[in-house]
Write a protein that binds this ligand. Structure first.
Ligand code: NAP
Length: 248
């Protein structure tokens, strides 16, 4: 490792918001640990590009954050390969599921909950002991406005993100005495594949017209905000901070 800031562990960094967060942290001189479940080849290429372009150290790992053993293996690999635990953790990996609750199978429900909520438990459980030992650390959970207010046809997703919000507030209280900061960024509509996979250009334009900022957000804006939150005073903790163009 060089003398840069971090390291920062970002889950779900192969595309969308996680990828943009990784690039903004790299631009700001942070070393990175990036992970994703499926797209490891493109994540490796992206990680190498960031290392060269921004003169940081970046490592890519394959990990299914919904699976406890996979996360345990991730932390073993990080310590074996790099010898330094993450000082900042960004729990970003997540999936959506659209449809009526009555059409959802139990397997689909559990997949949403384990990917969006169990993952945050698995990663924090492994990261926190190092942070406590070091006397500092920062955890940023990427949540959704649907976790604040709920969305029709996204009941499981809303419940998982509501869980992330409560998890954030509770863990912040547990870890404040150890100087560890825990916050969540609650995103409105952000332009990624998650939305483009089920909304047409016309749907997205309609949605944008309902947003006071008159547009949907960019992943880079979430990245910029995550970096500023990572450099905020540790007294700012237990907060669910909404970035939605004034929408909800
Ligand atoms: P995305 O473009 O679909 O990207 C999701 C990322 O998560 C990918 O890198 C994917 O990696 C990874 N991932 C999925 N399941 C995983 C697992 N089990 N283990 C490890 N990595 C996994 O989604 P996005 O829009 O960037 O969303 C990122 C986060 O922001 C999510 O938590 C989402 O709920 C939240 N959010 C998004 C919006 C929005 O409007 N886009 C709004 C509010 C909140 P693979 O390459 O392995 O598939």
């Amino acid at each position: 490792m060089n003398s840069n800031k971090g390291p920062v562990l970002i889950t779900g960094a192969s595309r969308g918001i996680g990828k943009a967060i990784a690039e903004v942290f790299a631009k700001n001189g942070y070393n990175l640990y990036l992970c994703c479940k499926n797209s490891i080849e493109s994540l490796n290429e992206f990680s190498e590009k960031l290392s060269t372009m921004y003169k940081i150290t970046s490592h890519a790992f394959q990990c299914d954050v919904s699976d406890e053993n996979s996360v345990i293996s991730l932390f073993i690999s990080i310590m074996d390969k790099c010898g330094q635990s993450p000082e900042i953790v960004i729990n970003n990996a997540g999936i959506a599921w659209y449809g009526l609750l009555t059409d959802m199978t139990s397997d689909e429900w559990h997949k949403v909950m384990s990917t969006n909520l169990d993952s945050v438990f698995h990663v924090c459980k492994n990261a926190v002991p190092y942070m406590v030992r070091n006397g500092h650390g920062k955890i940023i959970n990427i949540s959704s406005v649907w976790g604040n207010v709920g969305a029709s046809c996204e009941v499981a997703y809303s419940a998982s993100k509501g869980g992330v919000n409560s998890f954030t507030k509770a863990l912040a209280k547990e870890l404040a005495p150890s100087g560890i900061q825990v916050n969540a960024i609650s995103c409105g509509v952000i332009d990624t594949e998650m939305n483009r996979s089920h909304l047409s250009e016309e749907n997205l334009n309609e949605l944008a017209s309902e947003i006071p900022a008159d547009r949907i957000g960019t992943p880079e804006e979430v990245g910029e905000f995550a970096v500023s939150l990572a450099s905020s005073p540790s007294y700012l903790t237990g907060q669910i901070i909404t970035i939605d163009g004034g929408w909800i």
